[in-house]
Design a protein around this ligand. Structure first.
Ligand SMILES: C[S@@+](CC[C@H](N)C(=O)[O-])C[C@H]1O[C@@H](n2cnc3c(N)ncnc32)[C@H](O)[C@@H]1O
Length: 391
């Protein structure tokens, strides 16, 4: 018998390999589970995705076989088992071993059940000598080398270790609203509260939104009555934040299904590709381009990004980001403010995009960078731009 938590985790790991996002699948597939099972399923999925190279090294060390040579289902059942045996304290040994064996049977790979059983029975908690720095830091070798050159060898350990941790939860309470909740702690970003001792922050009566994400809209300096265009708005966290300051917000996104999440906000919604001319014949006081990006700043909550992203992606992202910015800047009133932001850690999607914009004669008023391990929350970059008269 496989417990609901392990069955859901196993299925999600399989679907993540097909291109889905773990956080989305956990959100969809855990509500019917008990709180304990939902917590365990989340821990297992995120743990396996975060620590994959160390788990694979342990499979090779104790089992003598490279995980890459095993059936994907067998490899995932073993990773789940090794993660429980080596990284978790409260899981009984027999449950970790037996349920991984049952998972391969469930996947109709009964012939591999003996192998899984034999390997997991040998696994213990001894300290292993990792074969490389990239296995120790649980990063692909190329990304680790890139980050060493981006951030310096003195910062890579802090960043990589931070990205292996469970992210803290933050919620948004618009400034001026009263908060009476003993689990919420104010932060340096107005309206952003850290959630303490609340296992399920989505139960709280406020929107869950990372502190770094909440730090972007204030850069627009929106005043009441100003017109605001949000070009890449879904799922609407920053649109909702902009609506705290003015009623004149238009939200645009290329994805109709994603834009549906904004229906309750009560502002005009426009499905449009912001990388081509946008369907507006007027200009805006403020524009937010919260651009689609590689998301490397969110690896703590989306660990599969580490294994999915390719070096060539950053250039492709940059080309789209530049196109979106060019069209958005054409809709900015003279002297208006445009904020460009990404949750990427990569200069190709951040500073290099802004260098291109500077060459168009656009003034860059300010840039900010939030780096995991150095500032709380996800990794973020933002630049405040203005054309002609200063904002
Ligand atoms: C980083 S997310 C935006 C997050 C959102 N601003 C928030 O705070 O909730 C980027 C969004 O850009 C949208 N997008 C991707 N390509 C686009 C394009 N060419 N034009 C407009 N939106 C696009 C995606 O559908 C996605 O919803």
């Amino acid at each position: 018998m496989v417990s609901p938590a392990r069955r859901v985790a196993f299925q999600i790991l399989h679907d993540v390999e097909k291109g889905e996002f773990a956080a989305d699948l956990l959100f969809q597939r855990t509500p019917h589970l008990s709180r304990e099972d939902a917590g365990l399923a989340t821990e297992l999925v995120m743990g396996v995705l975060r620590y994959r190279p160390q788990l694979d090294f342990a499979i090779q060390f104790f089992g003598g076989r490279p995980a890459a040579k095993l059936d994907p289902e067998v490899a995932n059942a073993l990773r789940l088992g090794v993660y429980q045996l080596r990284y978790l304290d409260r899981v009984p040994r027999h449950a970790a071993v037996n349920e991984s064996v049952d998972l391969v049977k469930l996947a109709k790979l009964t012939s591999a059940s003996g192998l899984v059983n034999a390997i997991l029975r040998k696994v213990d908690k001894r300290q292993l000598n990792w074969p490389s720095k990239s296995v120790e830091l649980c990063l692909p070798e190329w990304l680790m080398l890139k980050w060493i050159s981006n951030f310096g060898s003195d910062r890579i350990e802090t960043i990589a270790h931070t990205l292996l941790q469970t992210p803290e939860s933050y919620v948004r309470v618009p400034p001026g609203n009263v908060v009476i909740h003993n689990t919420l702690e104010p932060t340096e970003v107005p309206g952003a509260y850290l959630v303490r001792n609340e296992p399920n922050s989505s139960d709280l009566p406020c929107r869950v939104q990372d502190i770094s994400s909440q730090a972007i809209v204030p850069l627009l300096r929106i005043e009441p009555g100003m017109t605001v265009l949000d070009t890449c708005a879904a799922p609407g966290n920053k649109t909702a934040q902009a609506l705290e300051s003015t009623t004149q917000v238009v939200a645009c996104d290329a994805s109709l299904p994603r834009l549906r999440a904004l229906r309750t906000l009560g502002c005009p919604l426009v499905v449009a590709d912001a990388a081509t001319a946008l369907p507006f014949d007027r200009r805006f006081d403020r524009i937010l381009v919260d651009a689609p990006c590689s998301g490397t700043g969110t690896i703590r909550r989306n660990p599969e990004i580490k294994w999915r992203v390719r070096h060539s992606d950053f250039q492709v992202q940059q080309e789209r980001q530049v196109r979106i910015l060019r069209h958005a800047l054409g809709l900015l009133k003279p002297g208006g403010r445009l904020v460009y932001s990404t949750c990427s850690l990569e200069p190709e999607e951040n500073e290099q995009v802004i260098d291109i914009v500077r060459r168009w004669g656009i003034t860059v008023l300010e840039t900010i960078r939030r780096t995991p391990g150095y500032e709380p929350g996800d990794g973020f970059f933002a630049a405040v731009l203005t054309s002609q008269m200063s904002a």
